[in-house]
Design a protein around this ligand. Structure first.
Ligand SMILES: C[S@@+](CC[C@H](N)C(=O)[O-])C[C@H]1O[C@@H](n2cnc3c(N)ncnc32)[C@H](O)[C@@H]1O
Length: 217
């Protein structure tokens, strides 16, 4: 089954994302991250017992926002690992730079047109970005291109359940069904690996969206 696209062209979508995240909703992400617990919950995923980045020397944070995941990547990665982060919104990049300083290099880029050579990264995180794209394939194909074969991707995205519907209304994005997303990931060259949860409570109540470790074939 083909996943439904959000009703917006790629051109409109880029303008929308810049306005949205350069504006008030972007400014509120620090507060909402703290309020929902996501600021600290992210640290449970970027961890040796979850998404393990030890040994990965080239790591990408795709759609880094205010640097929530980069912060934990910097904590868990080897000291000589190079961490690169990008976002479409200048204000989100500014917030991420302010938070992380020199440890992470930040660039302005679009997930669907990545300015990196093929196989440039060993691992990547793409957190809550895919649901904004009118079609997930250009984003996933870009990530598959810049990851080396065997490289891993931690993908987090909004699920088509009750809380996901609420998030999609608040953040003007779509939701994914696990089976649909699995099929699209497979089409784009990724094997579906371990599914993660923020906590047992999240697993029990089916909260926290789809969080999966993908492996580039
Ligand atoms: C919900 S925020 C998530 C930020 C961060 N990954 C996190 O989990 O905290 C979504 C981010 O994706 C960025 N974004 C959306 N579409 C993008 C694209 N095509 N290329 C780059 N960044 C994009 C937005 O600017 C925004 O900062």
């Amino acid at each position: 089954m083909t996943p439904p696209s959000i009703d917006r062209s790629f051109l409109d979508y880029r303008g929308f994302i810049r306005n949205h995240y350069d504006g008030l909703p972007g400014a509120l992400t620090s507060f909402t991250g703290w309020f929902t617990g996501h600021e600290s919950l992210a640290g449970r995923l970027i961890h040796a017992r979850a998404f393990d980045v030890r040994g990965c020397k080239r790591i990408l944070d795709a759609g880094c926002g205010n640097g929530r995941y980069s912060r934990f990547l910097a904590r868990e990665a080897d000291p000589d690992a190079k961490i690169t982060a990008f976002d479409l919104s200048q204000n989100m990049l500014r917030r991420a730079r302010h938070r992380l300083g020199e440890r992470v290099s930040h660039v302005s880029a679009d997930l669907t047109r990545l300015p990196y050579p093929d196989e440039a990264f060993d691992a990547a995180v793409c957190g809550w970005v895919l649901e904004h794209l009118p079609d997930p394939r250009p984003g996933l194909l870009s990530l598959a291109r810049v990851l080396r074969p065997g490289g891993k991707l931690l993908l987090l995205t909004t699920e088509d359940n009750r809380t996901g519907k609420w998030c999609s209304k608040t953040w003007h994005c779509r939701t994914y069904n696990r089976a649909e997303l699995k099929k699209v990931c497979d089409e784009c060259g990724f094997d579906w690996g371990q599914e993660l949860r923020f906590s047992r409570v999240h697993a029990w109540l089916n909260l926290g969206g789809i969080i999966v470790e993908l492996r580039r074939r």
